[in-house]
Design a protein. Sequence first.
Length: 63
Amino acid sequence: MQTSSYGFIGKLLVVSAIVSIGIKEIGPQLAIPATQPIVLTLVLLPTVLMGLVLALQYYFQRR
């Protein structure tokens, strides 16, 4: 692996940790109804965002 790859993985871990802490600490304070679509969206959102970041990184490396 290249050094830039390690840096990118490190950035991804930091962003993932921030999102996780935000969900844990700020999430319960929000007045969001606990319906199934909202819960499913909130659970899958971090994974989808990380997937988009990785896809963009791959796209720009191949360009």
